[in-house]
Design a protein around this ligand. Structure first.
Ligand SMILES: *[C@@H]1O[C@H](CO)[C@@H](O)[C@H](O)[C@H]1NC(C)=O
Ligand SMILES: *[C@@H]1O[C@H](CO)[C@@H](O)[C@H](O)[C@H]1NC(C)=O
Ligand SMILES: *[C@@H]1O[C@H](CO)[C@@H](O)[C@H](O)[C@H]1NC(C)=O
Length: 601
C-alpha cells in the first residue's frame, strides 16, 4: 500500500491544497476503516486504485440484467423409455407425513420455497434401482448397462430446444466427437474469452467431480441416476450433468490422454466410468492444468478445485452456470427441485447486503423467519453495504456493473432482484481479513496486497459459478497467476469484480439440536450483536461435526446410513431426524454432505 500511495503522490505537485485534501481524505478513510470493520487494507486498496490505470479496461456488465422466464417444460423420456411423470415406476413419491416438520437448525424452507416432504429410501432411490435385487421390487427393472445418459439428456434437450436461445447446445459424447479439451499450445479455443462474447443459453452444467479409481457402488449409481433424471430430464434440459473425471496418477509418458484421439479413448476405457455414464464423461489430468496455468504450481483440489471448471467454461461456454457437485453428497428430496429453488432464491435476492446476509446464519430459533433476519442484517448495517460495486483490488479490472446509485443507503433493495447469481454458495462466508482460525489464510499469490487483500471464504466448495465469473478467474490465473484457496475463489473473485453473490440458506440440521451452548457458539449474537454488520465479531465457532451439511461433519453419514437401512456404529444412537412411520424410516427434504459410500458392506 505504501508504494501505491507514493506513486499517486508523485504524479501531483506537492503541498498543494489538493494534496492536503487527499492526505486528509486518507486519514478519514483510515479512521472510518478502523471503526467500520477494522478492515483497513480493504480501504487502502480502494485508494490504490484511484491511481490512473493505463491498462485496457474490460467491458463492464449492464447495471440491470433480468432475463425472461423460459416457456413451459416439455416432458422427456426416462431410463424406462416412458415420458417422465407418466409412469409411477420412474416417479418419486414425495410424502407429507402427519405431525410437525422438523425446524432447521440453520436455514429455512419458507424463503427457499422447498417442499415440506419426506421420503423413505424406497421412495427416494427405488426409481433408480435401489432394491431391484429383491423379489418384492415392484417397479420394472432396468438393464442399466443399456442406458445411455448422454443420449437421454441430448434427446431431452432436442425436445426442448425451442425453449432455449440459439446459444444452447447439446453435449457431445466424447467417445464419438473428440473432446474440446486440449493442451494450451494446441488450443482449439481462444486462450482468453470474455463474458460479452456470449449470449445467454439458459442452461446450467451440473458438474460432478469424479476421478479414476473411484469405485462406483450401487448407492453411487442411484445418486448419479437421480441427479441426471431430476436435474436434466425433469427440467426439460435446463441442466446438463457432466462427469468431470480427474485421471489421477495416470500420466506416465505413454498415458498422455491429450496426445491423440486414440490416447483419449484409451483413457476413457481406463477411467473406470460405468458404461451408462461414459457418454457424459470428460477427462482431464494434471498435465492439462499445468499447460494452461504455468504460473501456478499447485493444482490440488483443496487449493484449485475450480481450475478444471474454469477450463470447462472456456471450452464449453454454452452453459451460463456451472455447479460443482461432489460424489459425497445426497439430495434427500428431488435434486432438480433443490437446485431450482437454490437458483431462484439467489435470483430473487437483492445485491444490497447479500454479502452481509451470507456472513450470518439464519437461525429460526434465534431470529424468527427470514424476513426478520433480513431486517436485522439491514439494521446492523444501518442501511449500508460493504460491497457496493466491485471491492477494489489493484490487479483486478472489474467486469461487474456499476451500481445504480452511488450510496447503497439510497437503494431500496431492488438492484439485482431477478438476476442470476454469479457466485451461488451453499454455506456462510467469513472475512479472511479479521482474526480467524482459517488454515489457509496465508495462501494467496499474485496480488501485491498479499494477505491484506480482501477475501471471503465459504467452505465447502460445492458452489455454482457463472460463465462470466469462471472466465474472469481463468484469465487472472493464466495471465497473472492469481490464486487463493478453492473455498475462497468464487466468492472473492465475484466481490472483486462486483458480480452478484448469494447464499440461499437451505435447511441444515444439527445432531445436538438442544445444545444451547453450541447453538450460541454459532449464532454469536447474530447480526444485531455485530459491530460491523459483516459477520459476527468473533469468527470462531464450535466444530461442525454434528451438522447435516458441513465440510467436517461426520453426522451426515450416520443420518444417511441409518435411513438407508444400516448402522455404522453401535455407539451412535438413531439420529433424531429420522422419523419411523409405517415400518419405514423417513427423512426431510435437504442436502446431506459429506456422505461417502460404505465399502465394507
Ligand atoms: C410399490 O409398493 C408400495 C407398497 O409396498 C406402494 O406404496 C408403491 O406405490 C408401489 N410402487 C409402485 C411403483 O407400484
Ligand atoms: C434498512 O435500514 C435503514 C437504516 O436503518 C432504514 O432506513 C430502512 O428502512 C431499512 N430497510 C428495510 C427494508 O428494513
Ligand atoms: C470466540 O469464540 C470461541 C469459540 O466459541 C471462544 O472460545 C472464544 O473465547 C471467543 N472469543 C472471544 C474474544 O469472545
Amino acid at each position: 500500500m505504501k508504494t501505491l500511495g507514493l506513486a499517486s503522490a508523485r504524479t501531483r505537485r506537492l503541498f498543494t491544497r489538493q494534496t492536503l485534501f487527499i492526505a486528509l481524505g486518507i486519514c478519514i478513510f483510515w479512521v472510518l476503516g478502523m471503526q467500520f470493520g477494522g478492515d483497513v487494507s480493504e480501504r487502502f486498496t480502494e485508494l490504490g486504485n484511484q491511481i490512473p490505470d493505463f491498462r485496457e479496461q474490460p467491458k463492464r456488465m449492464p447495471t440491470h440484467n433480468v432475463l425472461p422466464p423460459l416457456t413451459e417444460r416439455v416432458a422427456c423420456h426416462g431410463p424406462r423409455g416412458h415420458l417422465l411423470g407418466q409412469n409411477p415406476d420412474d416417479d418419486l413419491e414425495e410424502t407429507e407425513l402427519n405431525g410437525p416438520y422438523p425446524t432447521p437448525w440453520t436455514g429455512n424452507y419458507e424463503e427457499t420455497g422447498l417442499d415440506l416432504t419426506m421420503m423413505n429410501v424406497d421412495q427416494r432411490y427405488g426409481p433408480y434401482g435401489y432394491g431391484e435385487e429383491r423379489v418384492d421390487y415392484n417397479r420394472s427393472r432396468v438393464d442399466w448397462d443399456q442406458v445411455d445418459w448422454g443420449q437421454l439428456q441430448n434427446d431431452c434437450f432436442e425436445r426442448n430446444r425451442h425453449r432455449f436461445p440459439i446459444a444452447a447446445s447439446r453435449f457431445d459424447d466424447t467417445r464419438i466427437t473428440p473432446p474440446r479439451f486440449a493442451f494450451r499450445h494446441f488450443a482449439k479455443v481462444p486462450e482468453v474469452r470474455h463474458w460479452h462474447e456470449f449470449e445467454p443459453s439458459r442452461r446450467t452444467a451440473v458438474v460432478v467431480r469424479a476421478w479414476r479409481g473411484f469405485e462406483y457402488l450401487p448407492e453411487d449409481m442411484h445418486y448419479l441416476r437421480s441427479l441426471i433424471v431430476e436435474t436434466a430430464l425433469k427440467t426439460g434440459g435446463e441442466y446438463q450433468v457432466i462427469l468431470l473425471v480427474d485421471m489421477k496418477d495416470y500420466e506416465g509418458y505413454e498415458n498422455n490422454i491429450f496426445a491423440s484421439e486414440e490416447a483419449y479413448k484409451k483413457g476413457l476405457e481406463d477411467a473406470g466410468v460405468p458404461p451408462e455414464l461414459q457418454s457424459i464423461a470428460l477427462l482431464w489430468d494434471n498435465r492439462f492444468l499445468s499447460s494452461w496455468y504455468p504460473r501456478i504450481e499447485e493444482h490440488m483440489t483443496i487449493w484449485q478445485v475450480f481450475q478444471p471448471m474454469q477450463l470447462l467454461a472456456l471450452h464449453y461456454p454454452e452453459f451460463d452456470h456451472f455447479w460443482q457437485i461432489e460424489l459425497d453428497m445426497r439430495f434427500l428430496g428431488d435434486a432438480g427441485k433443490m437446485l431450482d429453488r437454490l437458483s431462484a432464491t439467489a435470483r430473487n435476492e437483492p445485491r444490497k447486503q447479500s454479502l452481509e446476509r451470507a456472513s450470518f446464519l439464519h437461525m429460526i430459533s434465534e431470529t424468527g423467519d427470514y424476513g426478520e433476519f433480513f431486517r436485522a442484517v439491514n439494521e446492523s448495517n444501518k442501511g449500508g453495504s460493504h460491497a457496493w460495486g466491485p471491492i477494489r483490488v489493484r490487479e483486478i479490472l472489474p467486469i461487474g456493473p456499476e451500481p445504480p446509485v452511488a450510496d447503497p443507503r439510497d437503494e431500496p433493495f431492488e438492484w439485482g432482484v431477478g438476476e442470476d447469481a454469479d457466485a451461488l454458495l451453499t454455506a456462510f462466508c467469513q472475512n479472511a481479513n479479521t482474526p480467524n482460525d482459517w488454515l489457509f489464510k496465508d495462501w494467496i499469490y499474485g496480488l501485491r496486497t498479499g494477505v491484506r487483500t480482501p477475501r471471503f471464504y465459504c467452505p465447502p466448495a460445492i458452489q455454482r459459478g457463472s460463465r462470466a465469473l469462471l472466465l474472469a478467474i481463468h484469465q487472472a490465473q493464466l495471465e497473472d497467476g492469481i490464486r487463493i484457496p478453492s473455498e475462497a475463489t468464487l466468492a472473492s473473485f465475484a466481490l472483486w469484480h462486483g458480480l452478484k453473490l448469494s447464499f440461499p440458506q437451505h435447511p441444515v440440521f444439527h445432531r445436538d439440536k438442544d445444545d444451547e451452548e453450541n447453538k450460541q457458539g454459532w449464532w454469536r449474537g447474530g447480526p444485531l450483536a455485530s459491530s460491523t454488520g459483516l459477520g459476527p465479531d468473533n469468527n470462531s465457532h464450535p466444530r461442525g461435526h454434528g451438522l447435516t451439511f458441513w465440510w467436517e461433519s461426520n453426522w451426515a453419514k450416520h443420518v444417511f446410513n441409518e435411513w438407508y437401512g444400516r448402522k455404522l456404529s453401535d455407539k451412535e444412537p438413531r439420529p433424531w431426524l429420522i422419523k419411523e412411520f409405517d415400518g419405514k424410516l423417513w427423512l426431510p427434504n435437504m442436502i446431506l454432505h459429506p456422505v461417502k459410500h460404505v465399502t465394507n458392506q
